[in-house]
Design a protein around this ligand. Structure first.
Ligand code: NDP
Length: 296
């Protein structure tokens, strides 16, 4: 068996096309363009790449955006007062603080400072809480993008055993909530694994759907999965590569070559989950402009 490829790039383009049409429609009714305020603290190269991709996607769909770059020495107090000003600014629909933050800043504190009605990343406890009780909210973009992939490829989720490897607040945990709790697209029986999970293979081998989101290069090998499993690779890891001009290459959390021989569906890295994350951010920003989730 060789897995069918889940083409995140193609599906993300379809999502972006829909957002672009909706933005045009919104503007044709006399509204201003949606506006996304991005905040980047410091000059982490990967974060710059991610914010650059978000800016480009905004331009592509007609969302206006500005990235405010702040020194990595900024105090929590100063950063929070900048966020609060954007909270009050009616011309700002969505606010995104690029993570990770320098170690002297608490990402929890910073995220909680963002008005949950502008939290288009879906990381604020209000949005996470509403996700847990299956109420309308900004859904965290990476797991929401994965749910969209299942929908596009008609991959059944309901009643399947889904195993999520990784339990972070931005990927693994909301992923497990969507898979297990969402009435419309989830209702899988879900296992969540993390660093303290004993015998990871015992869990992964029983997964009908396996989500790898541990940030560990090629952690998931072919012998750890069930024949016919659907495998979603969230990982983006830089590993040294002397043959590349940059000195590194990107690999996922899945050992692609051995896993694709057993899986029924697989996402590649790059071109799988990554483009979906950005597309879902566009969707959330449009929802924020329209005040669809939290009407005034
Ligand atoms: P974090 O480092 O915040 O979280 C990793 C999670 O994996 C933690 O819950 C950790 O456990 C768990 N973990 C680590 N090692 C193991 C292991 N050996 N076995 C089981 N669980 C393990 O990472 P993120 O969630 O932010 O990101 C995960 C990966 O996804 C990264 O490679 C990141 O670059 C990528 N990513 C990709 C995106 C995309 O759009 N494609 C978007 C966001 C992230 P514990 O909780 O116990 O520490």
């Amino acid at each position: 068996m060789s897995a069918e490829i889940i083409d995140g790039k193609k599906v993300a383009e379809l999502v972006r096309n829909r957002v672009r049409e909706d933005v045009n429609d919104w503007k044709s009714k006399g509204h201003r363009a949606p506006f996304l305020q991005v905040i980047l603290v410091g000059d982490d190269p990967a974060s710059k790449v991610y914010t650059g991709a978000k800016t480009k996607a905004c331009e592509d769909v007609g969302i206006e955006t500005h990235t405010r770059i702040l020194q990595d020495t900024i105090s929590a107090k100063e950063l929070k007062s900048i966020i609060k000003a954007y909270n009050e600014d009616d011309s700002v629909d969505g606010i995104l603080v690029q993570l990770p933050l320098p170690s002297h800043l608490s990402s929890h504190d910073v995220i909680e400072t963002i008005d949950y009605r502008k939290d288009v990343d879906g990381f604020h406890p209000m949005n996470v809480g509403r996700l847990t009780v299956d109420e309308p909210c900004y859904r965290s973009c990476t797991p929401a993008g994965i749910m969209e992939l299942f929908k596009h490829y008609s991959i059944p989720v309901k009643s399947k055993h889904a195993v999520v490897v990784g339990a972070s607040n931005i990927v693994g945990s909301p992923m497990a909530i969507m898979l297990s709790r969402e009435n419309s697209s989830g209702k899988a029986t879900t296992t969540i694994c993390h660093k303290f999970t004993k015998d990871l293979t015992q869990h992964t081998i029983s997964a009908d759907i396996l989500i790898a989101a541990a940030g560990q290069p090629e952690l998931i090998k072919g012998e750890m999965i069930k024949e016919g499993a659907v495998v979603i690779d969230v990982g983006i890891n830089r590993v040294a590569d002397e043959t590349s001009e940059k000195g590194y290459k990107l690999v996922g959390d899945v050992d692609y070559e051995s896993v694709r021989k057993k899986a029924s569906w697989i996402t590649p890295v790059p071109g799988g989950v990554g483009p979906m994350t950005v597309a879902m951010l566009m969707k959330n920003t449009l929802l924020a402009a329209k005040k669809s989730i939290y009407p005034e």
